[in-house]
Design a protein around this ligand. Structure first.
Ligand SMILES: Nc1ncnc2c1ncn2[C@@H]1O[C@H](COP(=O)(O)OP(=O)(O)OP(=O)(O)O)[C@@H](O)[C@H]1O
Ligand SMILES: [Mg+2]
Length: 591
């Protein structure tokens, strides 16, 4: 496999005419900023009004200064550099020059692999055609923040999740495939002479401490799986493996039903929402339902309102809205449930902010939605549920807030749900009620597990402990027991969906991964003194990393009688299990 992530050939090194008094020249800083914004060479050239050749020369000089060999590494290193902004220039230069700061570790990561191949490569493809295909593929890979590999036979792979893990990586991969096809069609006309494969699984990659790919090894069966799927797909289609299909369903969308094994590489292809599993039996949430129901009573008396349901991923916001929608129907109050589109799921709409009305196949922009609301003037009481408003881009969220305040005199009850910190939604009315939904109690969790697995299942108590009150974790941990096909050999008992979601979160925090790996693989509670002993070279940084992990809520610090007796545990057992599994291959750390 040939690593081809826009690697620059060192023989082309241009004369270095930059001002060495500062680390990077003005131009190099500009280019670095554009790299970070995900621009390809062509776009950089356009923005800076220079030729593509000149851009390449600047890149070579920039890579040399940063001591990296490709753009992904340059971006990753520059992010780490920013953390050192406060330090003196000399220290900064030393940091850049010291290879030791890029010490990489091996980590198991969730990854979506997209493999694309030119149809009839051996028969019809001209050299130019193949080159164009590689080029387009590489550019799209960079635009999507994926790592790119090319083979010799008109066949390439794009790997999502190596640079950064996002739970929507499988959907992004499909969008990337469509983008490649669209670009290719621009030169070669209609027809889709491309076939593909999409696989989801784990791979082992070398990463630096923050989890960014260090530019070295990547290996995993998931790559060859995607490759094989592509070989066996028809032209214009991508074959999708079982794990990718599972992940797609986990994200709440699907093509038609869970059995679809191929996705058309068609620009107009859209995801359908997975039909809501009817009807959710709720455990806990009594206070939340009481608040919602009293607002509903007020509404039947002609008084509208606004309620914001806040909670982390998987806490059951959508479930709560669904149960409440059923309540409204029971007493014949008009109710409609709108859901903000997942980012990256629909080609071309990511920046707009779209709302879908489930069951109607209608997807509208915020401005259409606003018109729709205004047209409801004079109508009777109505409940409008808006799920996942954190997916709206900032501007769309502001537009939504505006229209909601505009119609605040209507007898409507708005219930919006989203993850925390929805600042913009505050100003709709003065009387916004906020419902914070958090962990289920152990008893509620146990009841929920029993309702899924039946009474007294052998693994019930283990699941209750592992899920620690997060309903989505309960559902996902039960799933492989109910459906053995969902088991993934690589991750032992942790379903890939959970593995992916947890890694995404931990990565977002940007905390030293070696530290978490180390703690996760010790028996809990872990004596602080023991960790310090295992890793003496680390003593200086130890307390600040520990403090960070405790502050963000990953670890809990237990104080002892003496400072020596302090110990730590993971706050969430699933995070510990995931980090222990991700650390596989790092046994040398534990010597
Ligand atoms: N209180 C509950 N009782 C029983 N099942 C629940 C409860 N809360 C959530 N669930 C189930 O847990 C899963 C996750 O919940 P849900 O999808 O509502 O979470 P969410 O907060 O909307 O998460 P997301 O961040 O993915 O939008 C669903 O299968 C849901 O039916
Ligand atoms: Mg939801």
């Amino acid at each position: 496999m040939d690593l081809n992530d826009a690697t620059v050939d060192n023989r082309d090194i241009a004369p270095d005419d930059t001002d060495m008094s500062t680390l990077l020249s003005q131009r190099q800083r500009e280019i670095l900023a554009l790299l970070k914004a995900g621009k390809v060479n062509k776009e950089i050239a356009r923005e800076l009004d220079i030729s593509v050749g000149t851009v390449k020369q600047h890149l070579v000089a920039l890579f040399r200064k940063l001591d990296v060999t490709n753009r992904a590494m340059a971006v990753s290193k520059s992010f780490r550099l920013e953390k050192y902004q406060a330090e003196s220039d000399r220290e900064k230069e030393e940091f850049i020059r010291s290879k030791s700061t890029v010490e990489s570790i091996l980590e198991k990561r969730p990854a979506a692999v997209l493999s694309l191949k030119l149809v009839n490569y051996d028969k019809s493809a001209s050299e130019k055609r193949i080159k164009d295909f590689y080029k387009i593929f590489a550019e799209v890979a960079f635009d999507f923040g994926a790592v790119f590999f090319s083979h010799v036979q008109g066949h390439c792979e794009m790997i999502f999740g190596v640079g950064r893990v996002r739970r929507h990586d499988v959907l992004r991969a499909v969008r990337a495939a469509v983008a490649v096809v669209e670009d290719f069609k621009r030169t070669y006309g209609s027809g889709i002479p491309i076939q593909g494969g999409l696989a989801f699984g784990t791979l082992v990659a070398s990463t630096d401490r923050d989890g960014a790919w260090s530019g070295e090894a990547i290996a995993g069966a998931v790559i060859s799986r995607a490759h094989l799927l592509a070989l066996n797909a028809e032209g214009g289609m991508i074959g999708v493996d079982q794990a990718a299909r599972m992940m797609i369903r986990f994200l709440g969308v699907d093509m038609v039903d869970g059995k679809v094994q191929f996705i058309p590489l068609d620009r107009n292809f859209v995801w359908k929402r997975t039909p809501v599993l009817p009807p959710v039996k709720m455990f806990g949430r009594a206070n939340e339902l009481t608040s919602l129901r009293s607002a509903l009573t007020a509404l039947t008396g002609g008084i509208g309102g606004t309620i914001i349901v806040e909670g982390e991923n998987g806490m059951g916001r959508s479930a709560l809205l669904q149960v409440f929608a059923q309540d409204c129907q029971v007493i014949n109050v008009e109710v409609e449930l709108w859901v903000c589109s997942l980012p990256d799921s629909q080609p071309g709409t990511a920046s707009l902010g779209m709302l879908e009305k489930p069951g109607t196949g209608r997807t509208v922009s915020i401005s259409d939605f606003s018109d729709y609301l205004r047209d409801l003037r004079g109508r009777g009481p109505r409940v409008i549920l808006l799920d996942d408003i954190h997916f709206l881009p900032d501007l769309a969220a502001i537009d939504l807030t505006d229209v909601l305040s505009e119609v605040s005199e209507f007898p409507f009850l708005f219930v919006a749900s989203g993850r925390r910190q929805m600042k913009t939604m505050k100003n709709i009315r003065n009387d916004v009620t906020r419902l914070q939904i958090s962990h289920l109690s152990e008893k509620e969790s146990a009841m929920m597990v029993a309702s899924i697995l039946g009474d007294e299942h052998r693994q019930a108590s283990q699941i209750v402990t592992l899920a620690a009150g997060v309903p989505e974790f309960i559902v996902e941990l039960c799933r492989p027991i109910l459906m053995p096909a969902y088991r993934d050999g690589d991750t032992a008992s942790i379903p890939l969906s959970i593995f992916s979601v947890v890694i995404e979160r931990v990565e977002f925090i940007g905390i030293d991964r070696r530290f978490l790996h180390l703690i996760a693989r010790q028996e809990e509670p872990v004596q602080v003194a023991t960790v310090q002993k295992i890793w003496p070279s680390w003593a200086q940084e130890f307390s600040s990393v520990l403090e960070q992990a405790v502050r963000v809520g990953l670890l809990v610090l237990h104080k002892g009688d003496k400072p020596m007796d302090r110990s730590v545990t993971f706050r969430h057992p699933i995070v510990r299990a995931v980090m222990a599994s991700a650390a596989a291959g790092n046994d040398e750390l534990l010597q």
